[in-house]
Structure formats: structure tokens, C-alpha cells
Design a protein around this ligand. Sequence first.
Ligand code: GDP
Ligand code: IMO
Ligand code: MG
Length: 425
Amino acid sequence: MKVDVLLGLQWGDEGKGKVVDVLTPRYDAVARFQGGPNAGHTLEFEGKKYVLRSIPSGIFQHGQINIIGNGVVLDPVLFRQEAEELEKSGIALRDILRISKKVNLIAPTHRLLDAANEAAKGAGKIGTTGKGIGPTYTDKISRNGLRLGDVFCNFDEKFAAQRARHIARLKALGAEPDAEKLAELDKAWFEAIDYLKTYQIVDSEFLVNDLLAQGKSVLCEGAQGTLLDIDFGSYPFVTSSNTISAGACSGLGVAPNKIGEVFGIFKAYCTRVGSGPFPTELFDETGKTIRDLGHEYGAVTGRERRCGWIDLVALRYAIMLNGVTQLIMMKSDVLDGFDEIKACVAYEIDGKETRQFPFSIEEEIKPVYVTLPGWKTDMTAMQSEDEFPKAFRDYIEFLEKELQTPITIVSIGPDRKQTIVRSRK
Ligand code: GDP
Ligand code: IMO
Ligand code: MG
């Protein structure tokens, strides 16, 4: 058996949580492989709404195993909050969740460093989620990280060494923490570590490979999006992990030849939260309309999401990097009332047109748009693709041709049920 991967092709918030939940019944296990509580994955069903941050979106179906893989960074305090909420809603999380011994832990000082680094950047700040993601991955890569498996051996010593290093760095940044406040944060953190220890902490690389060997199927759930990838995204305005499909290999311990389908998920338009370039961003009424209709406010920070037209240059790049085999289009309902819809098919840079994603998108880029007629139909109650209006079918066909990849699922609303799986010819 192979693992399938589902990941975002834009700047995150494409609707990954919703679709992982919809696809979960097809799988035996669901696994997160990178990122941490910077993610906010929203699911809606039976009139209830959940936002997941570190816990995979496969926990609400039929007892599938859910795995937090080694590539994830975990904040024990936020994990505890999230897990306790879910347990209150009746999810038997301890039975279905497995956590890798190799996840790196986010400490209180990582979050303080995140804030201090941002403050030091001034106007050039990244606009991070403030969850300590960058500093935690920095410690991992510089071989100074604390891993969950460490809690079983000399942990206090390792923690103290890390803490002292962080405080020195914070002092250098002019952000020395208040000792009393930090002691409080540490206390809550250690209590959360004790809570975390009551979960099944495993060698998840063996778990995943054993599942595959037994003929079981695994869905990997990406966080963030391809344009936030540390190598290929709009650097430095990116997150600190590999969000692309290759990240599933290193973030779970599965070999590249074990990757099966790659589901690439995108919105029928485009959004971004935080700073950084966004070639098709709209600063006019249309952008505002998309934000209002799409409720485009961050699931983690509540920040306004910047909105713009779909960018096919960036999507082609993302499809190439991830080896996407199937596309999933989200939130087309947000455009249901539009007279016309634009799609950026190329960039004009220095008077020259290119279809290739450039080294830096911080330069002056003029998007080259194609304008398509809107479908002007409320599609939110539709049950099958047979009901799709002609203009919408034409839009799908246009995208499939431009992107050279089939769109196999269309999402027409936030609820689990508002999902149309297309038949494949
Ligand atoms: P994720 O981070 O990729 O899981 O996405 P988020 O949960 O951060 O953001 C997606 C938002 O869009 C959430 O509020 C979802 O409930 C909502 N959503 C998902 N699919 C659809 C859709 O097809 N239509 C509409 N209108 N909302 C959707
Ligand atoms: P999901 O999984 C959207 C953005 C932040 C910031 C940059 C770096 O819900 O799609 P970080 O805290 O990771 O160091 O911030 O990345 N960002 C996201 N934007 N969705 C996310 O996750 C994001 N996770 C991080 O806004 O610009
Ligand atoms: Mg999100």
C-alpha cells in the first residue's frame, strides 16, 4: 500500500481540514507530517464547527488511527487545550491518537523568541502566527531541539540548558522575560508535559510503515501551503517547514516510492495572511467582497486574510513541486454571485511575459488576466455535478486545461455534505 498526501497549493487555509475529514472514511489512518499549532484546520458537520491545530483532521469519522508525525512541532500547552476540548465533545482521543517520540517540543521561550524576532525585524516582519514555529525549527536544525522522547531521560537538565540559551538570546534582542511570568509559563508547560505523557507516544515511522506492510491505507494531512514552503515559497515570508509532498517523506519516515495519490487543494480565488508578496492581491471592492463572502479571517489569529484572484502561475508551480495527481477546488460558492471572474495565466515582469514562477515575486509583477463569465447561480445545495451550470463547467474545464490536472472534488460550502466528488472519465 501507499500513502496518499493532501496538501495546500496556495498560502494555506485552502480548506484542508474539511477535505481530510471528507476523505477519512477511505483510509485506515490519517497523519500530520509538518507544521504545528500555526495551523488552523476547520471542519463543519451536523451543525458543529471544530478548529484543529496540532491534531489531525481524521478524528471525527470511524475510529481511524491518527498520527502526529516526527516532522511536527508540538506545543504541550496548546495540545492539552485542544485535546481536552475534543475529549469534552466525546472523542476518545487517547484510543485513536499516536504521537511520534521525535516531534520537537515548542517551549514557552520559543514563543517569546518568535515575538522578539518579529519585533527586531520591524517593518520587514513576517507576520507569523506567534506560536514559536520558527525558533523551534531553528533549534531542531541547529541540533539543539528537545524532542518528546526526551521527556523520559534527563529532561529537566536538557530543558534548563535550552531555557538558559533562549534567555540569553532574548536579552540580546532587548526582550528579557519577566522571571515570575516565565516561571508561571514553565509550570503550565510541565503540567502539560505530564498530560501529554498519558497519550500513546510511539516510533511513528515504524507504525506508518507497518500499517502499509499490512495493506492499510494512510492519508497524510499537510499544513500551511506550498507558497509558504521553506525552500520554494515566497522566502523569507514563509513558514519554517517543508510543506510540499516531499515533507511527508521526511516528516513521517515514508520512502518516496511509497507516495501514491497527491491531492492538491486550492481555493477558486486566492488568500494570504501575514506579510509578503501576493501578485494577484485585490485592494478594491472585489477583494473586500471576497473577504466578506468567504469569511476570510484567520482560524488561529483572527487576522483579516488578504484576498485576490486565482493565480495559475503559482498553481502550476505548486502542482509541479508536489507531483499533484488530483486537484480539489474549494469555496467556489464564494464566487456564485459574480458577473465575471478573473484568472491570472501569466506574469509580466519588465515588460516580458512569463508563465514560470520567478525566483522572487517581490519584484514588480503585473498579472496577465483572462476574464471568464460568472455562473450567477447559488450552487450551495447542489448534490451532484450534473446540476452544475454551464458557465461553472466551463470554468472547471478552463482550469483543468491550464493546470493539466483533473479536478476531482469541488467544495461548495463549509459543511462536510457540501462536497461534490466528480466522476472520472
Ligand atoms: P485549512 O487551514 O486549509 O484547513 O483551512 P481553514 O480552516 O483555515 O480555512 C478554510 C475556511 O473555509 C474554514 O472556515 C472552512 O470552514 C471554510 N470552507 C471550507 N470549504 C469551504 C467551501 O467550499 N465554501 C465555503 N464558503 N467555505 C468553506
Ligand atoms: P493552515 O494549516 C495560513 C503563515 C503566517 C505567516 C507565515 C509564517 O491553517 O493552512 P509561522 O507562524 O508559521 O512562522 O508564520 O506563515 N502561516 C499560515 N497562513 N495558514 C496556515 O496554516 C499558516 N501557518 C502559517 O501567517 O505569514
Ligand atoms: Mg487554516
